[in-house]
Design a protein around this ligand. Structure first.
Ligand code: PDD
Length: 288
């Protein structure tokens, strides 16, 4: 891969020169938040939504936002330009910074500024991903994450373990189960389809409030599809007509197998591919 130009605390530099302290609380304590914004046609998809959620995550952790929304937009655009990204993602992470020593107590923000890091991920063919035509396989696993999954923190150990459990089982991802009900995928929101009805868990502290989720539910309603925000079990999912996931990096992706059992004939149905098409079309129109 070509050497990227990345952004660290106000400066653009080659990725090999980018450094963060060993005392950074992101490194020592996962005390940080992140966002992933996709890029199509060299433009940002739903930048506003991601900026609003970033602020919400920072507020929830009592971290002062070190960068204004306008400046953040400028940094995103500059990284897209410097790295020549047509399709891909921008990863953003803000941590509570690097105090002089390891300490559980939060450092004084006056003397310990937040660490801000952004880098690009070049993914040509992201929108035309062949996986969207095949559909993906998921397994179900227990949801043993902490209780504030609505905050987009960098504590991604269990989601990583979930992806590894899926990989071992010959699947692509895992859906997590709490008290018998599906919460979400390891890095995406989860949906089932019954007839003309799209069913997904309602927003709460149990799931991340996906930016793609909000857009897809809006587009679904505009396309006269019915949306029901409620809990569903994995058994109900296995009997559904269709299933799919959404996230900034996968957009809308059909699920064709759950726990080794094919959904319907094991190929993507009508609703998920249609929603993917609408999502991509509409998002491109308003990308900035
Ligand atoms: N993941 N749920 C979880 C647990 C997630 O990590 C994500 C995003 C989503 C979907 O949110 P959005 O539509 O705003 O991307 C839901 C990102 C893409 C990641 O970790 O790479």
């Amino acid at each position: 891969m070509n050497m990227r130009t990345v952004y660290v605390n106000g400066e653009y530099m080659p990725e090999a020169d980018a450094k963060v302290s060993i005392f950074d609380r992101g490194f020592l304590m996962a005390d940080g938040v992140y966002e992933v914004t996709s890029v199509l046609d060299g433009k940002l998809i739903d930048f506003d939504g991601h900026a609003v959620r970033l602020q919400r995550s920072l507020d929830a952790l009592d971290m002062a936002n070190p960068i204004s929304k306008d400046d953040l937009l400028e940094v995103h655009r500059e990284l897209v330009r410097l790295n020549g990204i047509e399709e891909g993602m921008i990863y953003l992470q803000i941590t509570r910074g690097a105090p002089e020593d390891r300490d559980f107590v939060f450092p004084d923000p006056e003397t310990t500024p937040c660490t801000v890091v952004l880098f690009t991920q070049n993914k040509p063919g992201l929108a035309d991903n062949p996986a969207a035509k095949r559909g993906m396989k998921v397994i179900s696993i227990d949801d043993i994450r902490w209780g504030r999954r609505d905050i987009k923190t960098v504590q991604l150990l269990y989601p990583s373990m979930g992806k590894m459990m899926a990989k071992k089982a010959g699947a692509d991802d895992a859906w997590m189960i709490q008290d018998g009900f599906v919460t979400e995928g390891t890095s995406n929101n989860a949906y089932i389809v019954k007839g003309n009805k799209i069913i997904t868990r309602a927003k709460s502290n149990d799931i991340l409030h996906g930016i793609t989720r909000a857009a897809v539910l809006r587009f679904a309603q505009e396309a006269q599809m019915e949306v029901e925000e409620r809990n569903f079990t994995i058994e109900e999912a296995r009997e559904a007509d269709e299933a799919f996931i959404t996230s900034a990096s996968t957009f809308v992706m059909p699920v064709v197998e759950i726990d080794g059992q094919p959904l319907g004939d094991g190929t993507p149905g009508k609703v998920a591919p249609r929603l993917r098409e609408i999502y991509l079309d509409e998002s491109r129109k308003v990308a900035i």
